[in-house]
Design a protein around this ligand. Sequence first.
Ligand code: NAP
Length: 290
Amino acid sequence: MDREKLLEGKAIAARINQIVKNEVLELKKTYFFEPVLCAIQVGDDKESSLYLDFQQKIARKLAIGYKVRKLAADTDRDGLIAVIEELNRDSSINGIILQLPLPGHLKANDIRNCIDPRKDVEGVHPENLGKIILNEKGLAPCTACAVMELLSTLNIDLYGKEAVIVGHSEIVGKPLAAMMLNAFCTTTICHIATSERGLLAEHVKRAEILVVAVGKPGVVKGEWIKKDAIVVDVGINYVDEKIVGDVEFEKAYEKASYITPVPGGVGPITVALLMRNLLKAAKEQKQEDK
Ligand code: NAP
């Protein structure tokens, strides 16, 4: 396999991490101020715990403080909101992450709205999502940003390109579609109804830039990929104890000009951008305190 086609995230993440770390160390030296991130986990979902460990490891590397508030799986809406409000008020906490999945009785969108938008480092509060539509600066959702960051390293002109996004979730597909529109891509969003009508292949075949964020292995067949397309596979799926994406990799690899590996594509950049958002939030909060 010729690695030149691989759109790897590790080097990009390392570059972002280095910039963040330098700034964090500077803040500590100059203002004796440590940015702190707090993750809230309700219940003990295994994959979510692994992700928390990974976040913690990166935060440590970047000299960022990291705390976890673990809550029982039967915590009710009021109990969870009380914790969020406490963290909103706590000036020693600069960023709040609500770890997903939440137990079935709690609705992520409803709860996210309670996070102070200035501490919403995942960029999922309506105020931050709205800023993307308006093409204004804010705390943008990390995975959607990671896709744009990957594309920017290719130095291609996005103007007028046919972009197809598969998946329309609030944290990936929808904000990414707005970002691509802001970059003047001709943007199509596919979702479950597209597949149910049997039209997914038709849309994917047109894509010069294809982003897949579904969470179903093989939902996009390799043979559908347009010759020389750029393929960004956001999906993370566990199959036979291995991590795979949503796109049939081997066949897609033959046709694409660039394709992200899974793991090692979008994932590392997402975490790096989470830490960059935290730094940004911390600096803005410090400024407001003056
Ligand atoms: P999600 O909220 O479950 O959204 C999945 C989307 O896919 C939904 O819009 C769903 O539509 C759509 N969908 C489901 N089946 C489909 C099909 N057969 N054809 C077309 N669309 C279909 O998931 P998410 O949070 O966006 O995450 C998507 C994937 O990315 C997951 O594997 C997740 O683990 C991964 N992820 C990776 C990173 C990273 O950093 N690499 C970050 C976040 C997420 P409906 O809702 O209408 O059914």
